[in-house]
Design a protein around this ligand. Structure first.
Ligand SMILES: Nc1ncnc2c1ncn2[C@@H]1O[C@H](COP(=O)(O)OP(=O)(O)OP(=O)(O)O)[C@@H](O)[C@H]1O
Ligand SMILES: [Mg+2]
Length: 322
């Protein structure tokens, strides 16, 4: 994160295109705003466009504008967001969701620095700094032909990768402190206490929703608590993420990892990734419990030894030190 902050300061002074990649809720939009605020363009507008939320046709006129009569319903000429961002910054959020047709248009605008409103005969020159962001892995999207390679390179002049919260170590504690103070101010100044035991639980949880998930939780705890946070106030998926199994009710078994995934299903999960990671855990557990004896591990899993050996090789599983 320190490296990232230095990068933010360094790129702010230029007009280079920046591509911010990171999981949902890691702070990509915050970073885009910080770059704009620190840049010489700070007195001009920062115009955000969510490329994932707007249908293709609308997005085209949203971005580039249209002239009167360009299509049915275009009663007035409309200035696109590219032009609105002139001398400022255009924040193209969720660029990975942009349609192939618009990707072509976008490439042209970035290369020629002129926009062509829908239905217009003339182009307009613009001076816009573009910051794009996506929670997708754009290299992978390119490899799988869902994102144009030329546009990727045009955007990826300065790449910024925002790490997920679970990889930021003690940052979690700093952020907890920050949000406790922030929400205390909203709630009339009373700061809620979170015992160390609970902070440790936070450190071992995987935070699939990243900083946004942490922020929402601290807000909820601040609103609901009478000054101190108790174990009962903490969601089960966090309580049982470090491996302690929850008490089972009516004989049902709750696998914590699985409960975690299901809890986040509405945000979308990567099926192959989840299945793969479950397989890894299962194989590693069998190997660990047999001292990495592959014959015995294969027996535990009811797999052929060769199948197990192939999987270990393919997945690149290795014995942990200690
Ligand atoms: N370092 C930070 N300090 C304080 N708040 C943060 C930090 N990083 C993120 N946040 C907060 O977390 C929330 C999510 O951040 P943001 O919207 O920038 O994430 P995002 O990466 O754009 O997410 P998404 O991919 O879902 O759009 C926001 O409320 C933001 O203010
Ligand atoms: Mg965002």
């Amino acid at each position: 994160m320190q490296k990232l902050y230095k990068m933010i300061q360094r790129v702010a002074s230029s007009s280079s295109t920046v591509l911010i990649q990171g999981e949902s809720g890691t702070g990509k939009e915050l970073i885009a705003r910080a770059i704009h605020e620190l840049s010489p363009r700070q007195d001009h507008p920062l115009i955000p466009v969510n490329c994932g939320a707007i249908p293709e046709d609308l997005l085209e006129s949203e971005l580039f504008g249209h002239v009167r009569g360009a299509f049915t319903g275009a009663a007035h000429t409309r200035t696109g967001r590219f032009e609105l961002a002139n001398n400022g910054t255009l924040f193209l959020d969720e660029i990975g969701d942009m349609s192939p047709k618009l990707q072509v248009k976008m490439l042209r605008v970035l290369q020629e620095k002129v926009v062509e409103p829908v239905g217009a005969v003339k182009t307009t020159k613009v001076d816009v700094r573009v910051i794009a962001a996506t929670h997708k892995n754009l290299e992978k999207e390119v490899a799988e032909n869902r994102f144009r390679e030329d546009l990727f390179y045009r955007l990826n002049v300065v790449p910024l990768h925002v790490p997920p919260l679970r990889e930021r170590g003690n940052d979690i504690l700093l952020l907890i402190d920050h949000f406790l103070t922030k929400f205390a101010e909203h709630q009339g100044g009373k700061r809620v206490e979170i015992a160390q035991e609970i902070q440790e639980l936070f450190m071992s949880y995987r935070w699939p929703g990243n900083v946004r998930e942490l922020e929402n939780l601290i807000e909820r705890l601040t609103v609901l608590s009478d000054g101190e946070v108790y174990r009962e106030d903490i969601p089960e998926k966090i309580l049982y993420s470090s491996g302690d199994l929850p008490p089972t009710e009516g004989g049902s078994v709750v696998v914590p990892e699985f409960a975690n995934i299901v809890a986040n299903l509405s945000e979308g999960v990567d099926f192959n990734h989840e299945v793969d990671s479950f397989e890894n855990q299962l194989i590693l557990s069998a190997l660990d419990s047999t001292g990495w004896n592959k014959n015995k591990a294969a027996q535990l899993l009811n797999l052929n030894r060769t199948t197990l050996v192939e999987k270990i090789k393919k997945k690149g599983l290795e014995r942990m030190e200690g």
